[in-house]
Design a protein around this ligand. Sequence first.
Ligand code: SF4
Length: 460
Amino acid sequence: MDRFIDKSAPGAIATGKGTYHIETWGCQMNVHDSEKLAGSLERQGYIRAGGPDGADLILLNTCSIREKASEKVFSELGRLRKLKRTNPNLILGVCGCVGQQEGEEIFRRAPYVDLVIGPRSTASLPALMERVRNGETDVTLRVDTEYRRDSIDFPYEDIRREGQAGGKAFVTIIEGCNHRCTFCIVPRTRGKEVCRELDDILNEVRSLADRRILEVEFLGQTVNAFRDSAGNGLPELLTATAAVDGIRRIRFTTSHPAQMTPRLIDAMAAAGPKVVPFLHLPVQSGSSSVLKDMRRGYDRETYLAKVAAVRDRIPGICLGTDIIVGFPTESDADFRETLSLMSAVRFHSCYSFTYSPRPGTASEAFHDRVDLGEKQARLRELQALQKDIQEQLHAPWVGRTVEVLVEGPSKNDPSRLTGRTPESRIVNFTGRAEIGRITSILVESASAYALAGRKIGDEA
Ligand code: SF4
């Protein structure tokens, strides 16, 4: 699949100076891809703009997981088109999964777009811009979902990390997915799995520790499928990272239940408290029949057995999950099984959505027997149950002291600071604290979604 850039608009790019703005939708992988795009642009002399107005280059880094993702991108493009009228030199690009999925359709429906680039081509941006700067008039960028090392071996010195001030950093270790869940577009947009080498990842982690990063989060669509060319997997990576001086917390997301092996669970337990006691393990449904139709590769009993094994080896570990409600073949009895699984597991957090078909997925062809009203009613019931569970799990924390990595001002109340515990609980608190450091907070109240308290002691 080939993509074209309009060379008739060199403008700020021709001088190597100008301003850029990136809008990011979606998951941590996309947030991190935007950090890479920003880093490459700044290395080329671009300066970050305060917003889209007046920027010389605007990139939309898109996600196709949510419903009507493409329509939302076209709607945003329509809005940005006005900026093109006032700044004819503006370069407008679409990156990420919608770029990959829609391809030439974007040029057809929005001919004022200059650049379309898939998520595997992030590392190609500097080369592409260089060709534009050199005055080439017909630059083509290949969007490639096949195995390509350079799609993942991004020069990490160049990444502009948004979380750095907050003491934490994302580190991609694996890209793509070899599973074929019937509802998911990711294997089509991000391609098959490609893994980095363990030594390269460790070099990146050491360089982050040198820059006072306390927490690293390893990223991948199926992060626990990581395996480098020497056969090192996530167990070896966790063990080696725990030995890096300065790193205090290690997270990884997203894990596939089928690859939650006893060896990985043992490594998490053996690596000690640096590997945080939190695991995001998407179940998607509590019904074995629906899981089969989703082609998830495990059934209800297997999932519950994995949860039991994790809790047995790591007592007190918190679990998060994702759930899709109203899959086309989900009966009311199937949905009740999901509720019963939630009651049994008592997840610490849960991202839940109603099902809607994504173009190009296998489930698009399924006969949808759950009407929208029923889907929404099921989602409300599920979310009410989850809220109850979270309230019950948070209440006992009142009066206890928690260790929080300070992220910055609270979004809802900028007079307070916010941060996260190792288990990923959000804590809003009063008192002065250095952003990016770990501090002790006495918890004074709790809701379903966060703890609140005041700082005690000094940052460490
Ligand atoms: S494991 Fe399934 S849901 Fe997750 S990215 Fe792969 S195909 Fe999508």
